[in-house]
Design a protein around this ligand. Structure first.
Ligand SMILES: NC(=O)c1ccc[n+]([C@@H]2O[C@H](COP(=O)([O-])OP(=O)(O)OC[C@H]3O[C@@H](n4cnc5c(N)ncnc54)[C@H](O)[C@@H]3O)[C@@H](O)[C@H]2O)c1
Length: 439
């Protein structure tokens, strides 16, 4: 393996897709001295970024992403654009970070397709295309590559083509780009080496070289599915513990004292872009190959059913009929301390609550998405509510402001607090005069 390192000041990289992955990745390259053009089709997003605005909650050490963005815009090392032509003409390194949304079990491949087509339109001899999107195994070779080659250039000969799965967790992006061991693969050895060099600019952790693109595409999807399955398992354990009358969180703590056991924690469901979609990224190829994936499909179903279980906890404890009830939902994000509510179980829980006639007022100061049920303060959420339902932890929510709750909540029956995040101490909540239930 060559030890050649690239001098970042000579590297011109275009990142396609400026979302939760693409933006911090682009800034990570800029911070290290590369000249970075961020390309996105969303002109509103591009405008915001060029004005130094982002809702992401990332930070590098103690520096928030907003400050990093401002610094890199000022230094001239980062700029966002919708003009892919300019980026393609000026850069030699292209990183794809666009996603494959799955809606009602239908994959939307159009982003990967259009992004590949855009890159194809300006590919030059010696360029590197590094795909970092999570794909259905086989897609880099069978879907992306043919589009890139449409203009007559050959991958592996005229340009380099590589794949490296993205492993960051939102909220830890800068740290994990730098310190998470990462897998690298290429269409041929030269492509893989070129990608390794580009990635070494940002990643200090080990870059594991894989023998094929398909191995890395599959490893990525399986990493995420393994978390889905493990969460489904503890969600089943939680139901058992509830039935037998013991505390699941204590049981997990006890079980995890075993050196080879690492149980995850149950919650209101599984959200975010990665884990709920992961199985959908494996099934098209598995179906084609005739591999049934029985356990994995069952696990997904178990996790999909958790929001309905949460709703049954709410309705069971309400002091009034659902049609007369108001529930204050605290935390909408797909996981704690995140601004991302994509595929958040909270949205599913709220949909089901509303379907049963319950009025919902949800408060989450970190999530920027507009929703009809969202309110702008804790007061507005809890005012006249019969129950408080905690679905995500967030800074800036007074989860234990019992005095406020008591003064504003409905006086029709005993007010209820339902905890899906292991945030409260039951005795304390009950001492304050609430009915308490938890996952
Ligand atoms: N979010 C995570 O924590 C995470 C972690 C690991 C891997 N991934 C994977 O990384 C990829 C990106 O995820 P994300 O969360 O950043 O998604 P995102 O939706 O936040 O960002 C994708 C961006 O791509 C843009 N886009 C769509 N089509 C485009 C095109 N043709 N050209 C340029 N831009 C285009 C969109 O406007 C959007 O801003 C996905 O494949 C995802 O599975 C995400």
């Amino acid at each position: 393996m060559s030890n050649r390192h690239l001098d970042p000041s000579g590297v011109k990289v275009a990142i396609f897709g400026l979302g939760f992955v693409g933006l911090p990745l682009a800034l990570s390259y800029a911070m290290r001295g590369c000249s970075v053009t961020g390309v996105d089709v969303d002109s509103h997003l591009v405008g915001q970024l060029n004005n130094g605005i982002t809702h992401h909650l990332e930070k590098y050490h103690d520096t928030p992403i907003q400050k990093i963005l401002e610094d890199e815009l000022r230094s001239g090392r980062f700029r966002a654009t919708t003009d892919s032509g300019e980026a393609l003409a000026n850069c030699n390194y292209f990183i794809m970070t666009v996603g494959i949304p799955v809606v009602n079990n239908q994959h939307d491949f159009s982003h990967v397709e259009s992004c590949s087509r855009t890159i194809a339109s300006g590919l030059k001899k010696g360029d590197l295309v590094l795909v970092r999107s999570t794909l259905v195994p086989g897609m880099t070779r069978n879907f992306v590559k043919p589009i890139l080659e449409e203009s007559g250039v050959r991958a592996g000969e005229d340009f380099y083509l590589a794949y490296s799965s993205e492993r960051i967790a939102e909220g830890k992006a800068f740290d994990e780009f730098e310190n998470m061991p990462t897998l690298v693969s290429g269409l041929n050895e030269a492509s893989r080496e070129k990608a390794r060099q580009l990635m070494s600019i940002v990643t200090k952790a080990e870059l594991h070289l894989a023998s094929s693109i398909e191995a890395v595409e599959s490893a990525k999807v399986m990493e995420n599915i393994s978390r889905d399955v493990n969460i489904a398992m503890v969600n089943e354990f939680a139901r058992f513990c509830e039935a037998i009358g013991i505390d699941i969180f204590e049981v997990i703590k006890l079980a995890n004292t075993h050196k080879r056991v690492k149980l995850l924690i149950p919650g209101p469901g599984v959200g975010g872009y990665c884990i709920p979609n992961a199985l959908h990224y494996l099934t098209p190829k598995a179906d084609e190959l005739g591999v049934p994936l029985k356990l994995l499909r069952t696990a997904r179903k178990i996790n999909e059913d958790v929001p309905a279980f949460v709703v049954s906890m709410v309705t069971k404890n309400l002091p009034v009929a659902p049609k007369d009830a108001k529930v204050a939902v605290l935390g909408l994000a797909m996981k704690d301390y995140s601004s991302d509510d994509r595929l958040s179980p909270a949205l599913e829980v709220i949909k089901l609550l509303e379907m049963s006639g319950i009025e919902v007022a949800a408060f989450d100061p970190a999530v920027p998405t507009e929703h009809g049920f969202k309110v702008n303060s804790l007061d507005d959420a809890v005012r006249d509510a019969h129950a408080i339902l905690v679905l995500a932890k967030q800074n800036g929510i007074g989860y234990s402001n019992y005095r406020l709750f008591k003064s504003l909540m409905s006086r029709d029956g005993t007010p209820v607090i339902i905890d899906t995040k292991n945030l409260y101490d039951r005795a304390e909540v009950e001492e304050h005069g609430f009915i308490f239930d938890s996952i």
